[in-house]
Design a binder for this molecule. Structure first.
Ligand SMILES: Nc1nc2c(ncn2[C@@H]2O[C@H](COP(=O)(O)OP(=O)(O)OP(=O)(O)O)[C@@H](O)[C@H]2O)c(=O)[nH]1
Ligand SMILES: [Mg+2]
Length: 269
């Protein structure tokens, strides 16, 4: 099978932990053995007990209490502490030949955008022969118009560019939208970005028009526009997300003929 990771990212409250629990249940139902890895030092409780848990190494609560850090600085401290004790993580990851981890990340997006922390964690996983797929969650309720859509895409793109791993965007909490709103959002699932820019330009101050076009061009160049809707109450929607993830991970593709030894020299693209 090989070693695989879903790195579940996204802004605070976007539904990461819920996504992880939904994936765990789904994988159990389809007979796939997966493990939860909690990377959030501030997490409180989980539907599934994490197999690997940063809180076994360090907790935000302790850092805030003992070092007088605030919540955000404390979180960065915890993750830097993890990087300085990376052999702890290597021990936890072990030497399994087959493994599938779902990593529940903290919600501070600066972790993915301007600190090298997540990138270093990805590098560690890759050294341990894991293939990684980034799953970036955006809350569907916040993507109700073009300017919010652009802002969301830019945050997702910034994570993708700084991590350089295969990447999937998910619009979470679709179940909270009524039928009409769901329909309205469909235009963002796989849109023509130029059309979106023109649309945005009809309602925005002309001084932003060139900027909108430039942003759209950038989004298009990175092939970043598609979003997969996720309704956690709809099995088909969960299946669609996992099949995209499998595809990005090339899950199970080296299952057939195995070259002895060399199978670990995986090239990532
Ligand atoms: N209805 C509905 N509620 C959701 C869904 N996903 C998350 N929620 C709710 O949204 C809130 C935040 O969800 P979490 O899964 O904790 O979000 P998170 O991204 O892990 O949050 P942080 O770890 O704090 O950044 C909780 O109250 C969840 O019950 C969903 O798909 N549908
Ligand atoms: Mg969470």
């Amino acid at each position: 099978m090989g070693r695989y990771v879903q790195l579940v990212m996204g802004p605070a409250g976007s539904g990461k932990s819920t996504y992880c629990a939904t994936m765990m249940t789904h994988c159990q139902n389809i007979g796939r053995s997966v493990h939860l890895f909690n990377l959030d030092p501030a997490a409180e409780k989980f539907e599934y007990n994490p197999t690997i848990d940063i809180r076994d190494l360090i907790t935000l609560e302790d850092v805030m209490e003992e070092l007088q850090y605030g919540p955000n600085g404390g979180l960065i401290y915890c993750l830097e502490f993890l990087l300085n004790n990376i052999d702890w993580l290597e021990d936890e990851l072990g030497e399994y030949e087959d493994d599938y981890l779902i990593i529940d990340c903290p919600g501070q997006i600066e972790l993915y955008t301007h600190f090298p922390i997540m990138r270093r964690i990805c590098e560690c996983l890759q050294r341990m022969h894991f293939r990684i797929c980034g799953v970036y969650l955006l809350e569907s309720q916040f993507i109700q118009d073009n300017s919010k859509f652009f802002a969301g895409v830019m945050s997702a793109m910034s994570a993708m560019v700084s991590l350089e791993i295969p990447h999937i965007n998910v619009l979470s909490k679709m179940d909270l939208l009524g039928k009409v709103k769901q329909r309205e959002l469909e235009r963002y699932f796989d849109p023509d970005p130029l059309l979106l820019a023109d649309e945005a330009n009809t309602s925005m101050n002309p001084k932003f028009h060139d900027l909108n076009r430039a942003i759209v061009q950038l989004i298009d160049d990175y092939n970043m526009v598609s979003f997969l809707p996720l309704n956690i109450n709809d099995e088909d929607s969960i299946t669609a997300v996992i099949s995209h993830v499998d595809n990005a991970l090339q899950f199970g593709e080296d299952q057939e003929p195995k070259e002895p030894k060399d199978e670990f020299d995986i090239e990532y693209d």
